[in-house]
Design a protein around this ligand. Structure first.
Ligand code: 5AD
Ligand code: FES
Length: 353
């Protein structure tokens, strides 16, 4: 797809015309990744964070939240639960927390590998090459790091660099690829100051990076963050709206530019439309759901944005509700790790050369 075609879809308002985009995305999704919806059990293992992202509620300067870090035992219990529920992947997510040392994460990976048979996805922020290499060697399979926006100037504005470090998530994404991880990235839709050209570039960057996983969610203002405090021109026609329609357009277009990618119907989308956000995501290009397995007492504290969907549910009821939603959209439940066909193809190519 070229820039002009993407622009046309992003600004299309006619429901009848959009129906074509939804149908096309759904057809491509079926053709390339099938009807199975794979589950990824999410464990938010620490809400400590040394960074100061202007959008994120767990940023270092937010003193309104209570900080926590799960113990290895609590995490292993979550992984056990994931496996018992038939979930084939566990996602260990945290803020950028230096107390989660290279060795501590390494030990966790080894323990999970020893006891359980699940794919391990890490989402621990911007970490160093050597530790990423080490964790991969010990059995980590995938890594998620959203680039948030392809507009470097906007990114620098909302994501202050860490002291003494060059800021470049794209370099890290290339490193992850080189190390053999399945690589996931993604963006927020409707960041204050984000325009349509930025979304076009986001999609072209997904394609260029040949991503295995793509997470897309609406920006949700958090009152205890700089972006939640400023007043900004949501009515400016050049500003991308942070709404459900624009998020769904991005999900559908991501499916068209990266037909083989695993694309979740995100919690942020379910947060702005609790009734049917998850289902609409699945019907318009997505093929992954990430049930939150963090114990509810901690989950409340992992407040990257307010009003997060499924906040009060026990892992088991949240899981059952999601399974029901999947079945109701006439899809099947994926079993096992559900690797991206893209990554499998790449691996086969490597092993034959
Ligand atoms: N609104 C929506 N998404 C957010 N994220 C962080 N803060 C917000 C917010 N206020 C997303 C970012 C991050 C992911 C873990 O959550 O894209 O990469
Ligand atoms: Fe923690 Fe951005 S605020 S990584």
């Amino acid at each position: 797809m070229n820039r002009q075609q993407i622009h046309q879809w992003l600004t299309e308002q006619e429901p009848a015309a959009l129906e074509q985009l939804w149908r096309r995305a759904d057809r491509v999704r079926r053709e390339y990744v099938g009807d199975a919806v794979y589950l990824r059990g999410l464990l938010e293992i620490s809400n400590h964070c040394v960074r100061r992202c202007h959008y994120c509620g767990i940023r270092a300067d937010n003193h309104q939240i209570e900080r926590y870090r799960l113990t290895t035992g609590e995490i292993l219990e979550g992984v056990r639960q994931a496996q018992a529920l038939g979930i084939g992947t566990v996602v260990l997510q945290s803020g950028e927390d230096p107390e989660l040392t290279t060795e501590w994460i390494a030990d966790l990976i080894v323990q999970i590998r020893r006891r359980y048979d699940l794919a391990i996805t890490l989402s621990l922020g911007e970490r160093g090459y050597d530790e990423l290499a080490y964790w991969k060697q010990l059995g980590a399979d995938r890594y998620l790091l959203r680039f948030e926006t392809s507009n470097a100037e906007l990114f620098a504005r909302i994501h202050p660099a860490a002291a003494g470090r060059v800021q470049d998530r794209i370099i890290i994404l290339h490193q992850l690829r080189e190390l053999g991880y399945e690589v996931g990235s993604g963006v927020m839709v409707g960041i204050p100051g984000q325009g349509y050209e930025d979304l076009i570039e986001d999609l072209l960057l997904f394609e260029k990076l040949d991503l295995d996983m793509i997470g897309i969610g609406p920006f949700i203002a958090h009152p205890d963050t700089p972006l939640g405090k400023i007043s900004w021109e949501a009515s400016d026609p050049a500003q991308v709206p942070a709404d459900e329609l624009m998020t769904l357009k991005m999900v559908a277009l991501a499916r068209l530019v990266c037909p083989q990618a695993n694309i979740p119907s995100t919690t942020a989308l379910a947060t702005i439309d609790p009734q049917q956000g998850r289902e609409l995501g699945l019907q318009r290009g997505a093929n992954i759901i990430m049930p939150n397995l963090t114990p509810p007492d901690y989950r409340r504290k992992y407040e990257i944005y307010p009003g997060k969907a499924c906040l009060h549910e026990e892992a088991i009821s949240c899981h059952c509700c999601l399974e029901r939603r999947i079945i109701n959209t006439q899809r099947t439940l994926g079993r096992g790790p559900g690797c991206s066909p893209n990554w499998q193809r790449r691996r086969e190519r490597l092993s034959t050369t």
